[in-house]
Write a protein that binds this ligand. Structure first.
Ligand code: SF4
Length: 196
């Protein structure tokens, strides 16, 4: 059932021309991971590698994210589903405009509605603002639980920011530790993580 519902959205997205980003894309990056995942991770937009492969978070940022998830003992096969605010790569990896985000976000919202995760993680400023408005600040709100409809949401830095500024990694790890605690509370009290 979930598979069919997601497939329906994916078919719409593959043919989508709702914003100008469709003109430059090679592949639409719909989202990937376990369709029954309790953790839904939201990034900004596909980059070069994602546009080439059609898979979310496979470039350098994605590799760093994989390492963080491994440290949490989370995997795309089991605990995690990943998607972006926009599904087509913006030229030169620029930030998607508010109009592009507004055009694309309903697809992501429908994915979340179908998957019904227990926890949402927002990576970076664009994802945070897309969910909570333009006045949000990632530096201020990261590490603090928020609610988006019925979902607990943890904003944290995007892995690309951690690559640019490795000094932020410690704070980001503190945020992910809070996610592990919440995961034990809401999903699996026995979830193993060797770090906490
Ligand atoms: S970014 Fe989203 S709204 Fe824009 S063309 Fe791609 S799928 Fe459609």
């Amino acid at each position: 059932m979930i598979t069919e519902q997601l497939k329906k959205i994916e078919d719409e997205v593959l043919a989508c021309t709702k914003c100008s980003l469709y003109q430059g894309r090679h592949r639409v990056v719909f989202g990937s991971g376990n369709q029954h995942a309790p953790v839904f991770i939201v990034g900004e937009a596909p980059g070069f590698e994602e546009d080439k492969t059609g898979v979310a978070f496979v470039g350098k940022s994605g590799q760093l994210l994989e390492k963080i998830l491994l440290a949490c003992n989370f995997s795309r096969q089991k605990e995690v589903y990943m998607g972006n605010v926009v599904k087509c790569r913006p030229p030169q990896n620029r930030t998607p405009t508010t109009a592009e985000q507004a055009a694309c976000l309903p697809y992501l919202e429908r994915q979340i509605e179908i998957i019904q995760p227990k926890i949402i993680i927002l990576l970076g400023s664009t994802a945070l603002k897309a969910f909570f408005g333009a006045s949000s600040r990632i530096t201020r709100e990261r590490g603090h639980w928020q609610n988006w409809f019925q979902y607990p949401v943890m904003p944290t830095y995007h892995p690309s920011a951690l690559l640019r500024n490795p000094g932020l990694k410690k704070e980001a790890w503190e945020d992910f530790k809070k996610v592990i605690v919440k995961y034990r509370e809401l999903v699996d009290s026995q979830h193993y993580c060797k770090y906490i």
